[in-house]
Design a binder for this molecule. Structure first.
Ligand SMILES: [Zn+2]
Length: 471
């Protein structure tokens, strides 16, 4: 009885909070969920999660969360009404979505930064998901809210989100050794792997990472995108076979044709289902191939309706345009005869994706305008720098991308050891507008035919502002 009373109070409070949040700007997506969990406590969160008759699916990873979640929502909405949350990816926004929306299935993006702030094992217990979808895991900002968060604890936090699941399915990328390892280590529930199984997607700048099982460097027979590919280790750890795979791809100037096939476990039917589809999508970057595979795999795994799987996949992807790609994304434009590629690259994986896309346009010398990470973000710098060295620019310009100018200079001095022609512009964080216009001006006036601008910035806003200088 006590539990019920608390739940009732909590529901009323969060309704009030919903009203309040309509008045004030910002934060509205979070407030009802926050008030709800504060008033009702953990038990109330657990109870409200049971409102979803079919359960919920959480999407997590370093890159591709929002795009994958958006695509999965499009696919699943063809079959049933769902409750959803994306972009604002805290547990409070999940609770808010459950409280304010209708539908029997929940699809929620969930970002885990570290153990202290992400509480992934608690979230798993409270939300009790029927599925966790992993996109990819790579080094990103290692200081969160002033707390140091080394890569290993960040990785551990991602693992904890699904570790204690006793029912449900994990959907994970088998080309990424880190997300594949999560599947391999979990042998008490079904795992659906997705990956690229055709020879046309090769990343010549791909990087090699350590084996998540034993710590030795992995051996790759092929890289598909940065640290993803076909890998194996002396300890016996190797890439698992994909259940859903890109079997073939045709690259055209205006579109890409993808052939995707699957034979995978469906949670509600409790048996394997097969599909085979051809879709035509815009040429929006290799990383989105993985986002498509992740969303399709999650859709076929968790839809309770099996009749229209192929039709729904084709309907969604044959009608998709570039608008679903987040703002600040990297793109290559023609400007006064130059190829200028610019956009967000807050982690090594993202910069690698940008450089790969740019590489298709480069003919002749390249200038690299690099915006650095912050103090205590050496991990990010190191993964950025691996990529910069591989693309081997003729000239490098270094500008602080975040707060610390001193640290940017330190990073610049490391670059100077390997490159002859490097310039540094110490523009302070307080003069963000000056930074934005300087970055744009340097690219516009560059004497090189190919210029790439990428690295860290203030997330999307910085790069959207840079791009506006080229309108
Ligand atoms: Zn190993």
């Amino acid at each position: 009885m006590v539990v019920k009373a608390r739940l009732f109070v909590a529901k009323v409070s969060s309704k009030v909070a919903t009203q309040l949040s309509k008045i004030g700007p910002g934060a509205g997506k979070n407030i009802p969920g926050y008030v709800f969990s504060k008033v009702g406590g953990k038990q109330s969160v657990s109870d409200i999660a049971k409102d979803l008759k079919l359960g919920s699916v959480l999407i997590t990873g370093t890159n591709g969360k929002t795009t994958t979640t958006t695509l999965l929502i499009k696919l699943m909405s063809k079959d049933l009404q769902i409750r959803k949350s994306f972009e604002n990816n805290t547990v409070h926004s999940i609770i808010t979505a459950i409280l304010n929306q209708k539908g029997d299935l929940g699809i929620f993006e969930y970002g885990i930064r570290n153990l202290e702030y992400g509480i992934p094992d608690t979230v798993q217990k409270l939300i009790d998901p029927i599925g966790v979808v992993y996109t990819t895991i790579s080094e990103e900002h290692t200081v969160v809210n002033g707390v140091k968060n080394p890569f290993l604890s960040y990785y551990r936090a991602k693992i904890l989100l699904s570790k204690e699941m006793t029912d449900g399915v994990i959907v994970t990328n088998c080309d990424d050794p880190r997300t594949a390892f999560i599947g391999i280590s979990k042998n008490d529930i079904p795992i659906n792997y997705y990956g690229i199984e055709c020879d046309d997607v090769v990343d010549l700048l791909g990087s090699t990472v350590k084996c998540p099982n034993c710590g030795e460097l992995l051996e790759y027979s092929k890289h598909t995108l940065n640290h993803r590919g076909v890998y194996s280790c002396k300890c016996g750890f190797k890439r698992p076979e994909p259940d859903v795979k890109l079997a073939d791809i045709e690259f055209n100037e205006d579109n890409w044709k993808l052939h995707i096939v699957g034979d995978l476990f469906n949670y509600f039917a409790s048996k394997n289902v097969q599909f085979d589809v051809n879709v035509v999508v815009p040429p929006f970057g290799f990383h989105n191939i993985y986002n498509i595979l992740a969303s399709v795999t999650a859709y076929v795994t968790f839809t309770p309706k099996l009749d229209n799987i192929e039709k729904n996949i084709m309907d969604v992807f044959n009608n998709i345009d570039m608008s679903f790609v987040p703002p600040g994304r990297f793109e290559v434009i023609k400007y006064n005869g130059k190829n200028i590629g610019m956009g967000q690259g807050d982690n090594g994986d993202a910069v690698s994706i940008n450089v790969n896309l740019m590489n298709q346009y480069i003919d002749g010398d390249l200038e690299f305008i690099y915006t650095t990470p912050d103090a205590e973000e050496d991990d990010i710098f190191n993964s950025h720098y691996e990529v910069i060295k591989k693309i081997n620019p003729k000239h490098v310009i270094v500008i602080p991308g975040r707060k610390s100018v001193e640290k940017a200079e330190e990073y610049c001095n490391i670059i100077k050891k390997d490159f002859d022609s490097v310039d540094f512009y110490p523009i302070s964080y307080e003069n963000l507008d000056e930074r934005i216009s300087k970055v744009a001006e340097l690219a516009k006036n560059s004497s090189y035919d190919n210029v790439i601008l990428t690295g860290c910035g203030e997330e999307f806003a910085f790069w959207e502002s840079v791009k506006r200088n080229f309108d």
